[in-house]
Design a protein around this ligand. Sequence first.
Ligand code: ATP
Ligand code: MG
Length: 406
Amino acid sequence: MIDLTRLQKVSGIIGTSNRIRQVLEMINQVSDVDISVLITGESGTGKEVVAKAIHKNSKRSKSSLVIVNCGAIPEGIIESELFGHKKGSFTGASQDRKGYFEEANFGTIFLDEIGETPLETQVKLLRVLENGEFMRVGEARTRKTDVRIIAATNKNLDTLVKKNHFREDLYYRLNTVNIDLPALRNRVEDIGSFVERFALEFTRSNDIRYRGFLPDAVRTLKQYDWPGNIRELKHFVEKILVLERGERITSEMVQKEMSKVYNTEGISNSLPVIVNNESNKAEIDLMLRQLFLLKQDTEIIQKLLVGRSIPTNHSENNLTNLNTLDQNISLPKKSMEIIEDGFRYIRDDAIGDISIKDLEEEVISRTLRFFNNNRRKTARSLGMSERTLYRKIEEFGLEPKINRSK
Ligand SMILES: Nc1ncnc2c1ncn2[C@@H]1O[C@H](COP(=O)(O)OP(=O)(O)OP(=O)(O)O)[C@@H](O)[C@H]1O
Ligand SMILES: [Mg+2]
C-alpha cells in the first residue's frame, strides 16, 4: 500500500479526485527508477509541480534539479546552454562554460516545453538520453553525465512528429512513461480544496482576514471552464480576496469577477460569461439549430413563392408578408409565424440578418474566446484543421481581443 498522503504532503500536490490519485500513484511508481518521464497536460495543470515531486521522491533528491525552459532559450545558444561550450568557440564565449547537463550531474534535469527544441538539438538530446554522452560546443571530446531526464510539454508531440517538427525516435525515448495531467475542468471536485489552500496561503502571507468562500461561490467556480487551469484558479482566488478584502466570498462576487475576465474591451456584454463544456456546446448547437430553422423557413418561402410564381428575393426583406400569398398553404409549425399589426409573417429572422459567413465568424470568435485564444483547441473543437482556422482568423480579422495576463 503506497502512502499517497505522505507524497501529497511532501510534494504539495492537492486533490482527492480519481484523476489526481492516478497521477500520484504514477509519481510513486516512477520516482525511484531512473527512467525518463514525459509529463503532458494543458498550461497550468501542474507539470512543473509533478516534475519537482518526482525529483524530491527519488534517490537523486540530494543532488540538484535543473529546470530548463527549452522554449525560452534562443535557438542560437540552446546547445551551449544545455551542453556547455569551449572558450572562443563563438563570439562571446570568453571562457569555458558548463552546460545544464553537467550541472545536473547525479541529479535530475527537467526539460520544460520540450516541443520547442530545434531539430538539430533533438539529435543531441537523444544521444544524451541513450548513453549520457554529449559534447560541449566547440569541443571534440565526448563527456558523460549521469542525469535523470524529465520532460514536459503542453503541445501534442504526436502531431509535431507527424509534421516532422519533432523526432520520432526522441519522442519514443522520452515517452517511456507518460504522466498526463488532467485539465481542471475534468477534476472539478478538487476545486474546493484548491480554493481553500490558495486562499489560506494568500491571506496569511498578506495579512488579510479570511472568512471563507460560501459553498455557492465554490459551486459557481466549478461551472467555469478554467482554460488556464490551476494557475488561473489561483490568480482568480487571490484577486477576489484582494477586491473583496475581509468579506466572505459569495457566488455573486465570483460571478461579477468572472464577467470582468470575459467582458474586456471590444467584447459585447451579451456574450455568455460563465462557460463550461456543456453550455458552450449548447450554444453552438443552438446556433446550428437556428441555422437549420432559417433554412427550413427559406424552403417554405421558396415553395410559396415559386408556387405562386412571385418574384423571389425575400432575402432583401427579412419578413415576407403572407397576406399577399395563398392563405391555403399551410405552414408546418406555428412557431414560424409572427402576427404583427394584423399581418401574418413568416419568421425567417430566427438569427436576424446573419449570413452563413457571419455565423461562421461568430462561432469561430466565440470558440477562440472560450479557449482563451488557443488555436489548436479551437480548431479541434470546431472540427477544422489548424491551417483552415488560421486562414479564417486572417479572413475575418479575428486577432486576439482578449489579452489576459497569465
Ligand atoms: N496539484 C497541485 N496542487 C497544488 N498546486 C498546484 C497543483 N498543480 C499546480 N499547482 C499550482 O498551479 C500553478 C501552475 O502549476 P505549474 O507551473 O506546475 O503548471 P504547468 O503545467 O507547468 O504550466 P505551464 O504549461 O504553463 O508551464 C503553480 O502555482 C502551482 O503551484
Ligand atoms: Mg510549466
